[in-house]
Design a protein around this ligand. Structure first.
Ligand code: PEP
Ligand code: MG
Length: 327
């Protein structure tokens, strides 16, 4: 089995009826990029940048950011790299600043991710400067996490524009036409997906948080793990809504949460219209195998049936059965 899957690593993913599906990798540390490419990723679909803050005992400098991003971009060459801006808070809090978060009764609903970036503008600007500078070395995209309102997305973009102006004034080389997208991981962003789709260059659905916030179910609490289900009918509909809104405005969508690393969900996601996904690098070969053994009409039939089921366990059971039939 391992050999068969390894042979798939270097092949492009295409469905049986010839639809090209882009399979990208999620990374957290710059060193992981080599492994990601070796595993046959079509790029980095989610580069989590929290590591810069979670290790070490000092604030990372612009050069620290720049070096890390440059390393990944150079390793990827022409392949796209989606750099997600800081997503600290809640489950990702650096020990150094833990006091700042200690007061919150509900850290998952508190000051985290883009909210923190928008409050700490100088810090955010340091990261954006580094991304824009590093972006001249490859095919970079910027992605904002946990966006919950249009205002937040606009504010973040405005700060990005400010940073571009600063770099321009200082005569420093930067990429001025970098695509700017957002994670869809809060139900409000799904409900307003059409409005967002007009303004973003791309969406990436973060199912880890989207499931947590949709089902009001802490992703790290084992006592409610039985309620935290990717196959919940509400999650299927959330994804469907995002796909429809994005299609209407011709914007690409990726799914980058754990759900897209699970082969059971590949037929469903393709059937809902997904054409690119970003997964844990070691899962890619198995995902490619599923993609190569299914056609889009078959995936659409599976998605249509899954949408008629009203319990998470029925959806998951059905998808497991279909996967067994496919390969
Ligand atoms: C997600 O929420 O699905 C996601 C990909 O981001 P993270 O797991 O880093 O919160
Ligand atoms: Mg998330």
């Amino acid at each position: 089995v391992t050999e068969r899957l390894e042979s798939l690593e270097q092949s492009e993913s295409q469905t049986q009826d010839g639809e090209r599906i882009f399979t990208l990798g999620n990374i957290e540390f710059p060193e992981e990029v080599q492994q990601c490419i070796k595993r046959g990723a079509d790029g980095v679909g989610l580069y989590r940048t929290e590591f810069l803050y979670l290790g070490g005992n000092r604030e990372p400098t612009e050069e620290d950011h720049y070096d890390a991003y440059t390393q990944v971009l150079k390793a990827c060459g022409e392949l796209p790299v989606v750099i997600r801006t800081l997503d600290i808070g809640a489950d990702k809090v650096p020990a150094r600043i833990r006091d700042r978060f200690a007061q919150s009764q509900n850290p998952m609903l508190g000051l985290r991710s883009i909210r923190l970036s928008l409050q700490g503008t100088p810090l955010f600007k340091v990261q954006l400067r580094a991304i824009l500078r590093a972006a001249v070395h490859g095919n970079a995209r910027i992605m904002f996490p946990l966006v919950s309102s249009l205002l937040e997305f606009r504010q973040a973009k405005m700060i990005l524009m400010d940073v571009m102006e600063d770099l321009e004034d200082e005569g420093i080389a930067y990429c001025g036409d970098i695509p700017v997208g957002m994670m869809v991981e809060v139900p409000s962003a799904v409900i307003l997906a059409e409005e967002f789709a007009r303004e973003v260059d791309f969406f990436s659905i973060g199912t880890n948080d989207l499931i947590q916030y949709t089902l009001a179910c802490d992703r790290s609490d084992p006592s409610v793990a039985n309620l935290y289900r990717s196959g919940d009918p509400s999650i299927l509909r959330m994804i469907q809504m995002v796909m429809k809104a994005a299609k209407k405005h011709d914007k690409p969508v990726t799914v980058c949460g754990q759900m897209s690393s699970d082969p059971r969900f590949v037929p469903l996601l393709l059937g809902l219209g997904l054409r690119q996904l970003s997964a844990t690098p070691h899962a890619l070969s198995r995902l490619k195998e599923v993609i190569r053994n299914i056609s889009i009409p078959e995936a659409e039939r599976i998605a249509a049936h899954a949408l008629t089921l009203d319990l998470a366990r029925d959806v998951e059971h059905y998808l497991l059965g279909e996967l067994g039939r496919i390969c």
